[in-house]
Design a binder for this molecule. Structure first.
Ligand SMILES: O=C(O)CCC(=O)C(=O)O
Length: 339
């Protein structure tokens, strides 16, 4: 990655001394604007999945262009990740309550106890209202990468910490292969990116991420609940009629490694066959000038399911899907334009 030291030093100094978001916006916009003055080399002109003149090298951009993902090793330090691990423990111990947070259990463990504890929590979603967890979305080392996909005005749209439990024997810890764009009512897709950081070694045995390189060049597929014998977790939609023989890549990652991937990339994760929990933290980011769209008929069932949960939780029977997304998203950097 090429990092421009002047801009990153200025940004950090201003943010620590004045915490002035407007100043940050100006710095980021000047940086992007001044880069556009430079002519774009011919070889970069046909790249469309990343922004020209960000801080990725041409080779990094070309890799993402071809595969729909890129891994940056050791991007986040162990001490930073420890803070989020601690925060998660506090949620499990019910020491803190985070507004807007959704706590999900794996169906195989859900009935075992009604209390909230690490053993039963498989993921927490929508932690943007918690300033401590939200720090993940604002880490300068992460944002410097995210800017290559979104540009300078960045919204965090969807956040999760996943605590994949040891499988209880029913293979419910699997996450079926899917495309995130199926769930998102905003576009354009190329200005959206997922950042997914391993909080420990993730490998085949504990259910690492599985990707199908190059599938970001396809279209949105129909998604349904898979017909699995042991049952399926809530909202774990998978691609209908998926050919199991298609070539997959199991992505082994170590603590702090971060994968950035396109919302059309087909991905999922395997069964956790170990006795430990597999922890990761993730956020989807979008350019704040992305705009909301109506979902298509084949997405309505999924959208209604989300809406029903949101309306029940907030008591707002007239809430729309945009209300839901506005509620779960938060500006990270720059100006909030449409989203
Ligand atoms: O980390 C995992 O298990 C995969 C998560 C995932 O793909 C998702 O939640 O959309």
């Amino acid at each position: 990655m090429k990092v421009s030291p002047l801009w990153s030093i200025l940004a950090r100094q201003f943010s620590s001394k004045t915490n002035n978001q407007q100043l940050q916006t100006i710095i980021h916009q000047i940086r992007f604007a001044s880069q556009h003055i430079k002519p774009i080399p011919n070889e970069e002109r046909q790249l469309c999945y990343t922004i020209p003149n960000g801080n990725f090298t041409f080779e990094q951009r070309q890799f993402y262009e071809d595969n729909g993902f890129i891994i940056i090793r050791k991007l986040i330090s162990p001490s930073t990740l420890e803070r989020f691990r601690q925060r998660f423990d506090d949620v499990c111990a019910e020491k803190i309550q985070i507004p807007g947070l959704t706590i999900m259990k794996d169906i195989a463990h859900a009935k075992s106890t009604s209390t909230v504890e690490e053993k039963t929590i498989s993921r927490i979603q929508d932690f943007t209202l918690d300033d401590e967890f939200f720090q993940y979305c604002c880490l300068p080392e992460l944002i410097q990468c995210v800017e290559n996909f979104t540009g300078p005005n960045i919204m965090s749209m969807h956040t999760m910490m996943i605590n994949k439990p040891p499988d209880a024997g029913k293979k419910t810890s699997r996450h079926p292969l899917h495309q995130d764009l199926f769930f998102f009512p905003f576009r354009p897709a190329n200005r959206i990116v997922c950042a997914w950081t391993a909080m420990e070694h993730t490998y085949r045995e504990n259910g690492c991420l599985v990707v199908l390189p190059g599938t970001h060049k396809g279209k949105i597929e129909q998604h349904v609940y898979p017909n699995w014998k042991g049952g399926v977790n809530k909202l774990f939609y998978g691609i209908e009629n998926f050919d199991p023989n298609r070539e997959k890549q199991y992505v082994e990652m170590w603590e702090g490694d971060t994968i950035f991937f396109h919302p059309l990339l087909i991905h999922g994760s395997g069964t956790n066959r170990t006795s430990g929990f597999r922890k990761i933290i993730t956020s989807h980011f979008a350019d704040s000038s992305c705009y909301y769209i109506e979902c298509k008929d084949f997405q309505k069932a999924m959208e209604n399911e989300y809406l029903e949960i949101f309306r029940k939780r907030t008591g707002r029977q007239d809430a729309t899907i945009q209300d839901l997304w506005k509620h779960r998203s938060r500006l990270v950097q720059g100006k909030r334009i449409n989203l």
